[in-house]
Design a protein around this ligand. Sequence first.
Ligand code: E4P
Length: 220
Amino acid sequence: MKIFLDTANLESIKKFNDMGLLDGITTNPSLISKEGGNPKDGMKEITKIIKGDVSLEVVSTDYIGMVEEGKRLREYGRNVVVKVPITPNGLKACKHLTSEGIPVNVTLIFSPNQALLAAKSGAKYVSPFIGRLDDIGQDGMHLIKEIKEIFSNYDFETEILVASIRHPLHVIDAAKIGADVVTLPPAVLDKMLNHPLTDIGLKNFLADWEKLKEGTDIKI
Ligand code: E4P
């Protein structure tokens, strides 16, 4: 399973990329806006730091506008994946950009039928938002199961990119289902990494080692 970071924060991106954990990045207009500054510079910088796919989202809602923005975004870096919303114009733009060799991530997916239509339009990724479904009392992970089953029945190359992840259990469930990608807020990736027993265990190991070498010059 690939791990993407769901942020436009350069510090977080560098931190986890230096640990070798990141296969890509997803952003959206809200995440870009949160960082302030010149959005173009930020987006270009991300494409330089990250080797894998970087999803950058269009903000036009008409077909021509989406295609033009998509092409301009693609010039920000060779690894840009154009993110479009699942609307009639979004699907049309997806088909167009894909036919020109520009990969597309279709976002704001909330139903299996939307995922099916995005796959038929040639999307490289579909982004089902599971946390936002959970928020309104629906089972977000069930959507991932349904999309997985549908995609497995056919020859779609479209990858399931699980988005709107809220906690580490979402990641485990997505991995059990066999989702292709999870995109994680930095705080969730931190939580996956940390465990209080690891901290206690390491503290005790080091304290015991200190006792052993007391009064000696032993070094490993
Ligand atoms: C994915 O591409 C989106 O940027 C993101 O996962 C949305 O998550 P949210 O529901 O936490 O805003």
